[in-house]
Design a protein around this ligand. Structure first.
Ligand code: N01
Length: 545
């Protein structure tokens, strides 16, 4: 473990600003790692977190059924031998409570908590050129001055709500899956509604159906969900995983998404219907993302190949859902497989065979308003005790929009990103010196911790590089941003992502924002290469002073 750094004095609204070398925003999986890295360089670092505990997305998304859909041991940390040795996952795809426990274990084991401040929502960050510091203010008025500011805000942090009026009129209980309360939500014997059928909806619906007296699911768009096929990790498997952990890590470094699954390069179109079917039957029964990430590469490129796959999945939905009309409603007709991130499910389709569960298409019967007793659609009035809003997030840039970030000349990040995010390497934006974006736009995709571990190390090395040379300012250029922008877009050129929609493009929000690709499709190996190349060339694409 690195030496403990001096703890910054506690700030209070009346106290003078707290001065630190580096400030990390967000105690999710990326922020935790970033704090550890910066501390390891001997920097006085403090981490501010809006929530009252560590976990980020795994703190806020505590709805019943929330769980990893990537293998737990590929999602956790690899940087600490102690953590690897002392932690054992109980399931291949751990549930939210276990993941939250894991992140608390890490924070304690690495003694990180002393530099973390909870219930400290950052509301503004203003660059002060004269002093070369960021002035960071929290909702309670605490002020920090920091040379380096690292945002680890998460790509799925700011909840998106249906653009339906009257939520304040509803007299029952409502919850967004992305801000689920710590206290149990008891739906036993209650009339429950769920709005939204993305990954969160698909996970929560079977759990709500178990206890609710009635469950009404409002679906705007059906998704191509495939089974998660989760299983418990027994002692023998735990021992085997521990023994092979470096091999597993190496595998995550080789695949595009940082997962253990990688696409098959052979063309599905070269196979007969029977041969394709045999492969898909095997993948459908395989655990986790095998069907999504281990499928034929050409299903992401060719409409014909994708069409065969969606025809296969259509049949599987029909086999599992008894009522043909409901099965048809649950079958996407607006996007191919993989054009939106497919949810993984456990008994999702079978829920709709139960007599107390009803599916309402908001395309056929749009939501009009919340009422004191429930929801009104164009043709019906529904009464509910509990409404669950599973409509996702203002993804990737949404968390940045919640903070008033102003760079040189007082220009806001929102102004800079008005037509979509502009960054260099997904690490910095021009006009925002000493601000690092970890797990932000134009860098993230796949298993996020595998991207952000690279970034967290890169940031710590970069800051140490500056310090060791007596420098204290780093800023990328608009030319570098433009080059990266073109590179990012080239990653989806010629793929079915070119005309895809959903949160990865900001089209789910419905507030008129410009469609922009927010992620990075170049693959994690290439991403690592690109950011390493810049660092090795003395931080090419950045101006240091
Ligand atoms: O959000 P989403 P999510 N009326 O945007 C619908 C990760 N994740 O929270 O497609 C009715 O995917 C919306 O419809 P449409 C994962 O990366 C991982 O579910 O916009 N419906 C859509 O169906 C995932 O992709 C796990 O037309 C409305 C749904 O709400 C990402 O988080 C678990 C509506 C939102 O789906 C986001 O998932 C959970 C309206 N007015 C999440 N507005 C794991 O398993 C929106 N919708 C690890």
């Amino acid at each position: 473990m690195p030496d403990a750094t001096p703890t910054p004095t506690d700030a209070s609204p009346d106290a003078s600003p707290t001065r630190v070398d580096a400030l990390v925003v967000g105690a999710g999986i990326s922020g935790i790692h970033q704090l550890w890295e910066l501390r390891g360089k001997g920097l006085r670092t403090v981490l501010l977190e809006a929530g009252s505990g560590v976990g980020g997305v795994w703190f806020w998304n505590r709805y019943p059924g929330a769980r990893f859909d990537s293998e737990s041991y590929t999602y956790g940390y690899f940087f600490s031998p102690e953590i690897l040795e002392e932690w054992t996952w109980s399931e291949e795809y751990a549930g939210q409570p276990e993941t939250e426990r894991y992140l608390n274990f890490v924070a304690d084991r690495l003694d990180l908590r002393k530099d973390m401040r909870f219930d400290a929502r950052v509301v503004s960050a203003h660059w002060q050129e004269d002093e070369r510091v960021w002035e960071v203010t929290t909702a309670t008025g605490e002020v920090y001055l920091t040379t380096y500011l690292v945002t680890a805000l998460g790509i799925l942090s700011k909840p998106a709500f249906p653009r339906v009026p009257g939520l304040e009129d509803f007299q029952g209980e409502w919850h967004h899956t992305g801000t689920w309360p710590v206290a149990d939500v008891d739906v036993r014997g209650k009339r429950v509604a769920v709005i939204g059928t993305g990954s969160s909806g698909v996970q929560v619906i079977p759990f709500l159906a178990k206890d609710a007296a009635s469950l009404t699911v409002f679906q705007r768009t059906a998704n191509w969900a495939t089974p998660i096929n989760n299983f418990a990790i027994d002692d023998a498997r735990a021992a085997d995983l521990r023994e092979r952990i470096q091999e597993i890590y190496t595998r995550t470094q080789e695949t595009p998404g940082g997962a253990i699954h990688a696409p098959m390069t052979e063309s599905s179109l070269a196979l007969s219907d029977e041969e394709r079917r045999a492969v898909w039957d095997r993948l459908y029964d395989a655990p986790g993302m095998a069907f999504v990430l281990g499928n034929f590469r050409d299903v992401a490129l060719s409409r014909e190949a994708n069409g065969h796959l969606t025809a296969y999945l259509t049949e599987r939905i029909r086999e599992r859902v008894k009522d043909p009309r409901t099965a048809a409603l649950l079958t996407p007709d607006d996007h191919g497989f993989g054009q939106k991130r497919p949810p993984l499910e456990n008994g999702y389709y079978e829920v709709f065979n139960e007599p107390h569960v009803r599916l309402v298409s908001t395309v056929e019967d749009p939501l009009v308003r919340y009422t004191p007793t429930g929801l009104e659609t164009a043709i019906e009035s529904h009464d509910f005790d509990v409404i669950v809003i599973a409509t996702g997030f203002v993804a990737v840039t949404g968390s940045y929009e919640s903070i008033d970030i102003r760079g040189t000349g007082g220009r806001t990040l929102q102004e800079h990103w008005v037509d979509g995010p502009h960054t260099f390497l997904g690490m910095q934006a021009a006009g925002f010196p000493n601000l690092f974006l970890v797990g932000g736009p134009q860098s993230s995709a796949g298993i996020i911790p595998r991207v952000t571990e690279t970034q967290a190390t890169w940031v710590a090395n970069c800051v140490a590089h500056l310090r060791d040379r007596g420098l204290s300012r780093i800023e990328t250029t608009e030319a570098a941003e433009q080059e990266w922008h073109e590179h990012v877009l080239s990653g989806i050129e010629g793929t079915l992502q070119e005309d895809a929609s959903g949160w990865a493009f900001g089209t789910n929000v419905g507030d008129g924002r410009q469609r922009a690709y927010l992620l990075y499709a170049g693959g994690q190996p290439q991403y690592r290469e690109r950011i390493a190349e810049s660092a090795e060339a003395g931080y090419k694409g950045f101006e240091l002073s």
